[in-house]
Design a protein around this ligand. Structure first.
Ligand code: 5GP
Ligand code: MN
Length: 325
């Protein structure tokens, strides 16, 4: 593993820097990438975003989010470095990097990280990748010690990552460092209410109806310790919406007394995509890894190509049952 000092030196001596994240980027992926992007631009570096994904609507209030426009999906010519944030596996990067000849810098907080970079920095104690990016920006000379428009925008990206990857500072991954960074950002004027409202109080009526339909088909299984929601593609067609981020829907399962694991399975073009969340002791990353997925102890996911919703459900329940014994 490398130090952040080494990574800072590499970035400061690079001429052209691409930044990317994991496919279907969530708040931490987007917030960390845009904080680094806006930070490098603040330092007058030539930096840009690479993204196969379009950033979800509720994250489009972040500065430079419009750079994810589907046009830049691989490094531009003369790029010397590509930084990948919040992504544990090479296959899950939202950029075409197979033919890239420059250096890859991997900055992440997943336990299951393959160290695919030339430079790697993985801190599994960081609640969000943004905690690492905050430290890196400090080392590069951005100190978040005054009220200033640029620092406000970078801080807003970082705070968004912290809020989204900690469930609004409620998950057990939160440490005193998480709060110290949030406190520092608040001091320079970052607006927590604006961020919260942009993220969560900004749904279309159709999205709320999707939540209703999904909760309606929720099942309680395995002695009522597991909640399970299936979202067929037809729901999106009936409501005329894209079924994008569903992390808000899966959290309803954990709100039920006695539920230890919440499962949500979406029908996709290629089969199914499952998400798993754990309330206490059960390690859902372990369950996901057995089925080819990964993630964190309390939040994991699996891409299950070739399996329909029922087949995916059976495979997941079989593994959860073993963990519940
Ligand atoms: P989500 O359920 O929100 O898609 O993902 C939760 C966590 O699991 C995230 O940390 C994400 O990176 C990881 N994850 C989600 N889907 C997959 C997958 O198909 N493969 C792997 N290795 N990790 C995944
Ligand atoms: Mn993350």
């Amino acid at each position: 593993m490398n130090t952040l000092q080494e990574i800072s030196k590499v970035l400061l001596s690079s001429k052209k820097i691409g930044i990317t994240y994991h496919v279907s980027p969530d708040g931490d992926a987007v917030g960390s990438a845009l904080a680094l992007l806006n930070g490098l631009k603040f330092l007058n570096k030539d930096a840009y975003l690479i993204s196969k994904d379009i950033i979800s609507e509720n994250l489009q209030f972040l500065k430079s989010s419009s750079e994810a426009n589907g046009k830049v999906i691989k490094p531009l010519s003369e790029t010397d470095v590509v930084v990948v944030v919040d992504c544990g596996n090479f296959e899950r990067i939202s950029a075409e990097l197979k033919e890239f000849k420059g250096s890859i810098i991997n900055i992440d907080h997943h336990i299951s990280n393959d160290k695919y970079g030339k430079f790697n920095y993985v801190d599994i104690n960081a609640a969000a990748t943004a905690e690492i990016v905050f430290e890196l920006l400090n080392i590069m000379g951005i100190n978040f010690d005054k009220v200033n428009e640029d620092l406000y925008e970078i801080g807003t990206c970082l705070y968004t990552s912290l809020v989204t990857d900690t469930g609004g500072f409620r998950h057990s991954n939160v440490t005193s460092r998480t709060h110290k960074i949030a406190s520092k950002l608040k001091e320079i004027g970052v607006n927590n209410t604006y961020i919260y409202q942009s993220l969560f109080d900004n749904n279309s009526f159709e999205k709320i109806r999707l939540i209703g339909k999904s909760i309606n088909n929720m099942e309680l299984l395995l002695d009522r310790k597991v909640s399970l929601i299936k979202i067929p593609k037809s729901y999106g067609e009936e409501l005329n919406i894209e079924i994008g981020d569903t992390s808000d829907i899966i959290s309803f399962g954990l709100q039920i007394k006695g539920v230890e694991v919440s499962v949500l399975i979406k029908e996709t073009e290629n089969g199914s995509k499952a998400s798993l969340r754990s309330k206490n002791e059960i390690d859902v990353r372990k369950i996901a890894e057995k089925l080819g997925g990964g993630g964190h102890v309390k939040a994991a996911g699996i891409t299950m190509n070739g399996l329909n919703l029922e087949e995916a459900k059976d495979k997941i329940l079989e593994q959860i049952e073993k963990e519940l014994l």
